[in-house]
Design a protein around this ligand. Sequence first.
Ligand SMILES: Nc1ncnc2c1ncn2[C@@H]1O[C@H](COP(=O)(O)OP(=O)(O)OP(=O)(O)O)[C@@H](O)[C@H]1O
Ligand SMILES: CC(C)(CO)[C@@H](O)C(=O)NCCC(=O)O
Length: 316
Amino acid sequence: MTSGNQIHSALYLAFQRSQWAELRESVPLTLSEPELADLKGINEKLSLTEVTDIYLPLSRLLNLIVGSRQKSGVVLNEFLSRTPPKRPYIISIAGSVAVGKSTTARILQALLSQWPEHPRVDLVTTDGFLYPLAELKRRGLLQRKGFPESYDMKMLVEFISNIKAGNPYVEAPLYSHVSYDRITDQHQAIEQPDILIIEGLNVLQTGQDAAVGIQQPFVSDFVDFSVYVDAQEQLLKKWYIDRFLQFRGGAFSDEKSYFHHYSKLNDAEARHTAANIWDSINGPNLKLNIEPTRDRAHLILQKGDDHLMSQVLLRK
Ligand SMILES: Nc1ncnc2c1ncn2[C@@H]1O[C@H](COP(=O)(O)OP(=O)(O)OP(=O)(O)O)[C@@H](O)[C@H]1O
Ligand SMILES: CC(C)(CO)[C@@H](O)C(=O)NCCC(=O)O
């Protein structure tokens, strides 16, 4: 572990939870009651102390970073004497299945859209770029969902490069956790937001499995700021099992759900099934393909028990 820690201290500034929380005291940040209620709507388990101690300083940091990019854009346009093209600022959020990427992304979306400099913040998940179920079956990848080969990376890279080019209208495919498949008759329209947040397991991956010698562009080539949400595997597995139990009474109970049969499981059976899925798919994917990308992130959010942030690491 020593060498890992040395790499960390050379590359990152580390803030313990209390040190990070103090950073919001230097500039007072407040939220109105309705804004707090909106955040609670994202995830009822979210603690409001977590919002004030962790996410408000983070929103302030990101506002400063986006602002400095907007300013350097003005300089470049003046130098080139051209009308500035509107290019969204792109933030990516990576991490394991069940670490809380989509919750983090939605909190940041809500907080960042309150700044007058960048009110339009869109959020896309890479789930929509998984191959359709029939294609996964055809390729024998049904037990490999979430692995690099289960995504249409060409489509994802094309999408993100169109966004970055300032294309006025770009469509993202949508995924349904109910049908466990891509939705074919609906798309998400992205129309030059100020900020685009893209969330998924794979946003820091570089496709090293591509044919040797052929350099493919990666998602991260188009991303301005990357975040990795991190937690120990034993916690991730627990959170995955807890969410599976919640789904059993919720999404799985829908007759149309691909996993409707899971709704019939009792507690012990459901825990056992979820633990098996973790050990055979999501755990190996974490170790092989997700965790190795962590140290490419500009910011690492480390969570401990109960999803509470224990440490924040920021690239120097
Ligand atoms: N800050 C938080 N506080 C409390 N619970 C949380 C928090 N963030 C996430 N959770 C819980 O953890 C579980 C996973 O969260 P979420 O769906 O956001 O993860 P994810 O990383 O997007 O997962 P996936 O990749 O499988 O879609 C959910 O049950 C969610 O309610
Ligand atoms: C859709 C993904 C790949 C990523 O969010 C994940 O939620 C998933 O479905 N993984 C496959 C194994 C499982 O059902 O958890």
